[in-house]
Design a protein around this ligand. Structure first.
Ligand code: CP
Length: 337
C-alpha cells in the first residue's frame, strides 16, 4: 500500500508515469474510481486543494467527503497525553481511524506549528497523523511539504516546454504581512532540483531555507544533473531565468519569535514582484505562484495579469496531477489487499 506524503518516496520513473498519466487524464475521461470514496481532513483552510480533489474524484467516478474541524465538525486535539478540557472535543487518535473506516483513501492537511523549527522540518505532526490511518494517505500540505502542488508545478513546466537540463528556476521570497509556512518553498526547490534544473533561491538576509531543506535539494540536483544555490542579488539571480516562482515564507532565523520576525520583514516591502524584476531574465520567463496571492503586496497586477503569469493553468494542473495520484494509490491498495 502506497502513500503520497512527499515526492522523495517516489522514484523518477514513478513520478514520470504520474506526470504522463496526468496529461492523459487532462484530455481523456476515466471511471477508474467508480464507487470509491476519498476522505478529506482539512485542519487548515483551502480553496484549490479542496476543490481540485473533490472535482478530480468526481471526474474519476468516485465521491468524497470533507471534514474541517471547528467549522461544522468537532475541534480535534493533536497533542498526545493532554487533558482535553479545552475546545477540542475529539482526539485525532479516534477521528482519523474513524474517517478512514468510511473511505478508501484519506487526504490530510496540517500546517506547521510555526513554533518549533526542528519539529516542523521533520514534519513530526504530519507523520503522527498519517500513521493513524489504515488506508493510503495523501499529503494535502504539511509543515514542510506540499507534494501535490509540486507535482502540478512540474506538469506546468513540462506543458510549457521549460527546459529541464539547463533550465533556470528562481524561487524568490516575496513580502507578505504575515509569517507564512515553509511547505511550498521547500516543495518547490525540491521538485525543480529533481527536475534537473539550475535552481537559485533568491531571498533577503535571514530568510534562507533551513539547511535540511537545502541539503535535500542539493542532493536531488546532483542526482538529476542540476544545481542549487542562494542569492540576495535580484538582478544576478534573475539572469537568464526561465521561471520565477514567488512565495513568501517565515524567516527561519527568527522561527517562533513573531516580534523579531515581523521586525525583520517590515523593511522588505519592496520584495513585491514587478515587471522590472525580469529585466535580466529570459524573454519568455514565466511567473508561477501556488496561490492564494495578495495582489500588489506579493506581486503587482502588471505581472499577474500579464503574459508571463501561468498561475491559473498551474492551479488547474492540481486536479490532473492529483487524479493520477488517486488512481495510483487506489491501484496499489487493491494489489496489497
Ligand atoms: N496552493 C494551494 O494549496 O491552495 P489552497 O491553500 O487554496 O488549497
Amino acid at each position: 500500500m502506497r502513500h503520497f506524503l512527499d515526492l522523495a518516496s517516489w522514484s523518477d520513473d514513478e513520478l514520470h508515469a504520474l506526470l504522463e498519466r496526468a496529461g492523459v487524464l487532462e484530455h481523456t475521461p476515466s471511471t477508474a474510481l467508480t464507487g470509491r470514496v476519498l476522505g478529506l481532513l482539512f485542519m487548515n483552510p483551502s480553496l484549490r486543494t479542496l476543490a481540485s480533489f473533490q472535482s478530480g474524484m468526481s471526474r474519476l467516478g468516485g465521491s468524497s467527503f470533507v471534514i474541517s474541524p471547528g467549522r461544522g465538525s468537532w475541534e480535534l486535539e493533536t497533542r498526545l497525553g493532554v487533558v482535553m478540557n479545552d475546545v477540542a472535543a475529539e482526539h485525532v487518535r479516534e477521528a482519523i481511524p474513524v474517517l478512514a473506516s468510511y473511505a478508501d483513501l484519506l487526504g490530510i492537511r496540517a500546517f506547521a506549528s510555526g513554533t518549533d523549527l526542528q519539529a516542523d522540518v521533520e514534519d513530526r505532526l504530519f507523520h503522527q497523523l498519517a500513521a493513524l490511518s489504515p488506508v493510503p494517505v495523501i499529503n494535502l500540505e504539511s509543515a514542510i511539504d506540499h507534494p501535490c502542488q509540486a507535482l502540478a508545478d512540474w506538469k506546468t513546466l513540462d506543458d510549457l516546454d521549460v527546459p529541464r537540463q539547463g533550465g533556470r528556476f528562481v524561487l524568490s521570497w516575496a513580502y507578505h504581512p504575515k509569517a507564512l509556512p515553509l511547505a511550498v518553498p521547500a516543495a518547490a526547490v525540491q521538485f525543480a532540483a529533481r527536475r534537473g534544473m539550475d535552481v537559485t533561491v533568491l531571498r533577503p538576509n535571514g530568510f534562507g531555507l533551513p539547511e535540511a531543506v537545502m541539503e535535500r535539494a542539493r542532493s536531488a540536483a546532483a542526482a538529476a544533473g542540476g544545481s542549487v544555490r542562494e542569492s540576495e542579488d535580484r538582478g544576478e539571480a534573475m539572469e537568464g531565468a526561465h521561471v520565477l516562482y514567488a512565495k513568501s515564507w517565515t524567516a527561519p532565523a527568527d522561527y517562533g519569535d513573531a516580534e523579531a520576525e515581523s521586525f525583520r520583514r517590515a523593511s522588505l516591502r519592496d520584495w513585491c514582484v514587478g515587471e522590472s524584476w525580469f529585466e535580466t531574465a529570459a524573454k519568455d520567463c514565466r511567473f508561477l505562484h501556488c496561490l492564494p496571492v495578495r495582489r500588489n503586496v506579493v506581486v503587482r497586477d502588471e505581472v499577474l495579469d500579464g503574459p508571463r503569469s501561468v498561475v491559473v493553468p498551474q492551479a488547474r494542473n492540481r486536479m490532473f496531477a492529483q487524479m493520477a495520484v488517486l488512481e495510483k494509490l487506489m491501484a496499489s491498495k487493491e494489489i496489497a489487499s
